[in-house]
Design a protein. Structure first.
Length: 211
């Protein structure tokens, strides 16, 4: 009995991210980096050149609200203040805060560009990828956290300078911190991703030549 072997065509492997998608991500991340950097620089120049409107924290209950119904009482916790010229120290702190926040954004966009480039070449676990991802996570966590702290210090100082947070007996504070934990959490997550890349690179080296 003769048995004839029929070739079974291999099923076409579908990629979750195609080369075209990866190219689009590369272009989009590069364009976003240029655009956000331009907006950041423009904002820093505009704020140091003339009149600026900022939301400042009100950390004292003395700024009470009148005319509330149902016997309610309350006080302002923020104030939109228009300042003709920013003092030099708060202006410098705000500029550094904007620059650090932009640095965190650039770290994320650089990682998107890197991963898209690796996906387009279909070689994800390349030497140094784990280091780049880990560095991006550290930069994002540190820059994002430091930027928020500097921004809060500057806004609290401005609130004091315009008299909305003037010190009175029994009231004292360092500064009002409006903290967003997203950069810190995402930075830690990227460190874990770097560990995955390191493991994937080691696994790829161990399996080279076996197939």
């Amino acid at each position: 009995m003769k048995v004839t072997k029929h070739a079974v065509p291999h099923a076409r492997r579908e990629m979750f991210v195609s080369r075209t998608d990866a190219l689009f991500l590369m272009v989009a991340s590069a364009a976003a980096a240029v655009t956000t950097t331009a907006f950041t620089v423009t904002g820093i120049v505009d704020s140091s050149a003339g009149q600026v409107t900022l939301t400042l924290p009100v950390a004292t209950p003395r700024q009470s609200v009148s005319g509330l119904l149902l016997g309610a009482s309350g006080h302002y916790t923020a104030l939109d203040a228009t300042i003709p010229v920013l003092p030099s120290v708060p202006a410098a702190l705000l500029a550094w805060a904007a620059a650090l926040n932009q640095l965190g954004i650039l770290a994320v966009l650089a990682l998107v560009f890197l991963l898209a480039r690796r996906l387009r070449s279909q070689i994800l676990f390349t030497p140094g990828s784990d280091w780049l991802v880990g560095t991006g996570g550290v930069v994002l966590a540190l820059a994002g956290t430091a930027g928020q702290i500097l921004d809060s210090v500057a806004r609290s100082r401005l609130a004091e300078l315009i008299g909305v947070n003037g010190h009175v007996p029994g009231e004292s504070y360092l500064f009002s911190l409006d903290f967003n934990a997203a950069p810190l959490v995402l930075g830690i997550a990227l460190l874990l991703v770097a560990g995955v890349f390191q493991f994937g690179r080691r696994l790829q080296k161990d399996t080279e030549g076996l197939v």
